[in-house]
Design a protein around this ligand. Structure first.
Ligand SMILES: Nc1ncnc2c1ncn2[C@@H]1O[C@H](COP(=O)(O)OP(=O)(O)OP(=O)(O)O)[C@@H](O)[C@H]1O
Length: 258
């Protein structure tokens, strides 16, 4: 099992930020975590990455039970792409350095000399992400879509078993978003690729490779299961607390206000 979360609660003062969350991800599955602002998505990711400790409950990631294992070691197998977090860090760095530094799977940059094989892998990943030719560019000079794809290439450098994509389409225009989603769909279709967790507020970003969805609402699991079964007007109207319509097109669900 890739993620196994049992009855996890996280409390700050008297408030439950996460309450009794039970969720599991089997290998070979790719999941979307969906929920409105403040529903607890980031808190759940922080727990999965071992940055926060649950008040109650059990967490296992990649077969390792938290509390019994060195989390720093485990983090080397987890890629977490968060543009809001990484934007400041890599501002003046070249694309090449950013991708190469992903080898050590930490947020920081690499200060040791990369080997020829590292360059080869970095370039191959840049190609996979449609960013070949941008190696010498400064991160800040890239478009939002290019930045996201570079960050994914960086995360893949460490060959993670679990890849978390935290709202990667935020700030992208419709074409850049589709280009990114296409790469993600391709990546998820490769059997040797990492298990992906895609965090979003937007239903239309759920490409077919994400066959499962976790719906979070006010810190609780509202639904967890097959995308095709959960993404319908009745369920989403009650999830959002407002009437919505859902239409399926090109194996994706599209939502609008009813
Ligand atoms: N350290 C903390 N102390 C107190 N409250 C917190 C803390 N961290 C998060 N919260 C609160 O918990 C709730 C859930 O936050 P979280 O960031 O997990 O939501 P989210 O679903 O990721 O939201 P968004 O989509 O806006 O990023 C919010 O109301 C937030 O203010």
């Amino acid at each position: 099992m890739v993620i196994d979360i049992k009855n996890v609660s996280w409390k700050r003062g008297n408030t439950y930020i996460l309450k009794d969350v039970t969720w599991s991800v089997q290998s070979g599955e790719h999941w979307v975590i969906m929920g409105l602002n403040g529903s607890g998505k980031t808190s759940l990711l922080n727990i999965i990455n071992g940055y926060m400790w649950p008040t109650k409950g059990e967490v296992s990631v990649l077969g390792k039970k938290f509390g019994e294992y060195d989390l720093r070691k485990l983090r080397q197998s987890i890629g977490w792409v968060s543009s809001s977090m990484q934007e400041k860090l890599y501002k003046n760095e070249t694309v090449e350095n950013i991708v190469l530094s992903g080898k050590v799977a930490s947020m920081g940059l690499l200060y040791e000399e990369p080997e020829a094989a590292d360059y080869e892998k970095a370039y191959q990943l840049l190609e996979q992400m449609g960013c070949l030719g941008m190696e010498k560019r400064i991160y800040e000079s890239l478009s939002q879509g290019e930045k996201q794809r570079v960050l994914i290439a960086r995360a893949l450098m460490a060959s993670p078993k679990l890849l978390i994509l935290d709202e990667p389409a935020t700030g992208l225009d419709i074409f850049a978003r589709e280009q990114l989603l296409e790469r993600i769909q391709d990546m998820g279709s490769q059997p040797e690729g990492p298990t992906m967790i895609y965090v979003s507020h937007h239903i239309e970003e759920i490409v077919p490779v994400f066959r499962h969805v976790l719906l979070l609402k006010e810190g609780q699991v509202y639904g967890a299961g097959l995308t095709q079964e959960l993404m319908n007007a009745e369920n989403l109207s009650s999830f959002f607390g407002t009437e919505v319509d859902v239409a399926w097109r090109n194996k994706r669900a599209w939502m609008q206000m009813a």
